[in-house]
Design a protein around this ligand. Structure first.
Ligand code: ADP
Ligand code: MG
Length: 400
């Protein structure tokens, strides 16, 4: 049994004593330090590097949210559990977005406290193992990977997945991520992150010179650490100009990020065609109903036809396998293996969209968030995109 080390940060001494009492009989959990405010919490955690810090939200001076942000940044191996009282929802959301792993609402039992600590610890350990494996890989400066979200069916979830995958890569795997919104007419990325933009990608591509400084001036950083170059909804129709300018923008972004994720509209225009060519991976987003599956198959065939098949990673969003269709059947029909699925969870998706904080940060424990985090893990583990049993381009149309 491994010993889980804990630091308690709370400005009230009695509360700290109470928490220690609650943990007294837990043989696998040991309180190794305490802090009375946010500044001290950062100091103590940096010094002791505990597995878990229990963080009160309301503290004098630097509050629990800012301390959480600092700690998850500077001591990534320490997981933060927020301790809050009823009614602090808004703070709680911010704390989760700042990188906290879980939260507890007062009052809680010793069982609830210990279970939460163990759960968070186990998850953090698993993630840490993946990170270690990555770090053991030979150190070399590699340009960021360009990942394009593609699909001809509107509403399949490209924007939602793009933003959530960005947060998962950034927060869970400490990757530097920039999201570029190429759905110029919609501009959903800025909305999903609730960001106001300094300018639109449609203007950036028209700058007479595209260099690091200019590109940076169009970037905004979300609370989750994800950088965004958004689109301000417009009736832009000159896609040839966008297509001409986008390679230079991506060349700059690749130098500064591990992943450049590109959201696209459900139509193929010159700009989309250009980024498909430049992509290292193409996430083809589909759904599990029959109509959407036919479209997905057509999308995959289109990419195969243009020699882009090697880059494909299929993700079934809003996935439901209750109607009799099995994942293996879908894989067989697409001629691909390793198809990913993301659970349907309209409530979580809508609340997150309304709050402007992707659900991977806002409701990390939800099934849909965990599905996206698993998908992110496949990216960072450098698992090849879906390989097949690639059937002929003119394989049978989906026979369902
Ligand atoms: N896994 C999911 N479960 C439930 N609803 C989802 C899921 N993913 C996305 N949605 C919802 O589906 C709608 C369309 O998603 P969006 O990302 O805008 O699609 P697209 O960009 O492909 O047009 C949004 O209302 C979004 O909240
Ligand atoms: Mg969209």
């Amino acid at each position: 049994m491994s010993l889980i080390t804990v630091v308690i940060a709370d400005d009230i001494v009695n509360t700290r004593e109470d928490v220690k009492r609650l943990l007294f009989f837990e043989e696998d959990i040991k309180v190794i330090g305490e802090a009375g405010d946010g500044e001290e919490a950062i100091r103590v955690v940096q010094e002791l590097k505990p597995d878990v810090v229990l963080m009160d939200i309301n503290m004098p001076g630097l509050d629990g949210i800012s301390a959480t942000e600092k700690i998850t940044e500077s001591v990534p191996q320490t997981a933060v559990i927020i301790i809050s009282i009823q009614g602090e929802h808004e703070y709680l959301r911010k704390a989760m977005a700042a990188g906290a792993s879980d939260y507890l609402i007062k009052p809680f039992t010793s069982q609830e406290l210990a279970d939460t600590i163990r759960r968070v610890y186990e998850k953090a350990k698993k993630r840490q193992d993946t990170l270690c494996r990555l770090q053991q890989a030979p150190e070399e400066v590699v340009p960021g990977r360009i990942v394009v979200f593609f699909g001809s069916k509107g509403g399949a979830g490209r924007s939602t997945l793009c933003c959530n995958l960005a947060v998962a890569l950034s927060q869970e795997f400490k990757q530097r991520v920039t999201v570029v919104d190429l759905d110029i007419a919609a501009g959903d990325v800025a909305a999903l992150f609730n960001l106001s933009l300094p300018g639109s990608i449609a203007e950036l591509v028209r700058e007479p010179e595209i260099n690091e400084e200019i590109v940076k001036s169009y970037e905004v950083t979300h609370l989750t650490g994800v950088r965004v170059i958004g689109a301000i909804p417009s009736r832009e129709e000159d896609f040839a100009t966008v297509a001409a300018g986008i390679p230079a923008v991506l060349a700059v972004l690749k130098e500064e990020a591990d992943y450049v994720l590109i959201d696209t509209p459900p139509v193929l225009n010159a700009a989309v065609a250009r980024v498909l060519d430049l992509a290292d991976e193409i996430v083809v987003v589909g759904q599990t109903d029959v109509v959407a599956l036919r479209r997905l198959k057509a999308d995959v065939e289109f990419l195969n036809m243009h020699q882009l098949g090697e880059k494909i990673r299929v993700v079934l969003n809003n996935a439901s396998f209750e109607a009799g269709l099995k994942l293996v059947d879908i894989e067989r029909s697409l001629g691909l293996q390793g198809v990913n699925s993301i659970a349907a969870d309209p409530k979580t998706a809508h609340v997150a969209a309304n709050k402007g904080i992707p659900f991977v940060a806002l409701s990390k424990g939800s099934r849909v968030a965990q599905d996206v985090i698993r998908l992110a893990e496949r990216f960072v583990a450098k698992e090849a995109p879906a390989k097949g049993e690639r059937r002929s381009l003119f394989g049978k149309l989906l026979s369902v």
